[in-house]
Design a protein around this ligand. Sequence first.
Ligand code: UD1
Ligand code: MG
Length: 458
Amino acid sequence: PFLDPFPPLPGLYTSFGFSLFAFASVVYLVPKAGPSFVKAGLWGRDLLKVYGDPVPESQGLICASVYILTLILFIPFAFSDAFSSHFNSKSKSEPEGLSVNEFPLYQLSVYLSSILSIIIAAILGFLDDVFDIRWRHKLPIPVVASIPLLMVYFAEGGNTNVVVPIPFRGMLGLGALVNLGPLYYIYMSLLSTFTTNSINILAGINGSEVSQALIIALSVILNDLLYLPWPVDFSIPVHLLGSQREVEIGGVWSAGMAYGSREMVERHLFSLYFMMPLVGVCAGFGYHNWYPARAFPGDTLCYFAGMAFAVVGIQAHYSKTLLLFFMPQIFNFVLSCPQLFGLVPCPRHRVPRFSPETNLLYPSRAKLESKDGKPRPPSGLAALILRTFSVLGFVELTFGHDGEITETTNLTILNVLLVRFGPMREDRLVKVVVAVQIVGSVIAFLVRYGLASLVYDG
Ligand code: UD1
Ligand code: MG
């Protein structure tokens, strides 16, 4: 069955134009607004520099504001199809007005609930910048912020099945699909907690937060573009993409175009509408945040950008692909767990140590001692984890006379890179982080479109 031709491109071009505008606004506004932020007490010292001048902090607020306004201004364009059919039907002197059934109300609710979740995340991030909220207090907030998304997902009769990889089917006696039911909703709400926090804890060197967000957003965009009905035959990758869905939904694009249902194209268009302006604001902000930084993103940027990723992953139904783009963040999170959950002491800042003499960064260390400065040997579990990390080359340990661990390098990917590759300048380390993120995305695409067909019947 052939679907009606569906012209997705006008909205895409408009969104691209809005994204350029968002980029230019952020480039212009950040230096303009900086002094007001400093005046309001929103500034920080660059920990890895010799100078101590105040650098405006929480500038992610400017990005979030421009981003949210762009998304809101774009609403009428996202639904331009509905307008044009409205006016066309008028000219043919058919009954006036658009009946509720004709207007894509469901898509509108997807769009609005997404904006709502992103706004909540931006508010949370800003409050965190101002009040330094304890993380056990702020952890549940993204879960609450994701309720509007989950409700809309449910309203659509959202899929809660997961495809079981072929090797596990026989082993566990499972079918091709397993319905996770409510567990799937818990997974999706935790996804938003993960995406919001994981970028924030891979931070502390100029440009790191914003470049992670930028590369993930560009990867998501590339993935979305694969699903659009291009008027050329990309049959090799597209065949892999489409074949499974084609059976599920029964839609095929006209000959020579990409396979895929109209529904799938609409979802990826929705994702593009949210990701392109994100790239705009992140690129604009990256210009000022790049080494040596003239502005800091604050938690506001990490939170709203993280929530934007959760939103598209959930609403456009590709959360697992999305997580593949977060591989460096997943690694950094798993590595951080002993410090996050209190097995190993966690200093306020885990950023690398800067030496003014050499102008290089070295791995920073955490002393294994209690709050009053007395040595506190690690618990059996903590010692086991640290020794394992040490064997894997992730940490450097220091031992006391009795062979107990007295110090470890902090458990972040930044310190791992310094342990592995040796001391380096801050601008070099951020380029290494960028390279890691890009390599991660390349692997993600290989896994998603190469390996996936080995373990899943696509
Ligand atoms: C997270 C990290 C913390 C890291 C901090 C750096 C965890 C659990 N928390 O804390 O280890 O030290 O981010 O952002 O992993 N800063 C710089 N250069 C930069 C960016 C930030 O020196 O390029 C400093 C500035 O002093 C800035 C401060 O970090 O004011 C911002 O820290 P904040 O975002 O509040 O830290 P957290 O997100 O709580
Ligand atoms: Mg932060």
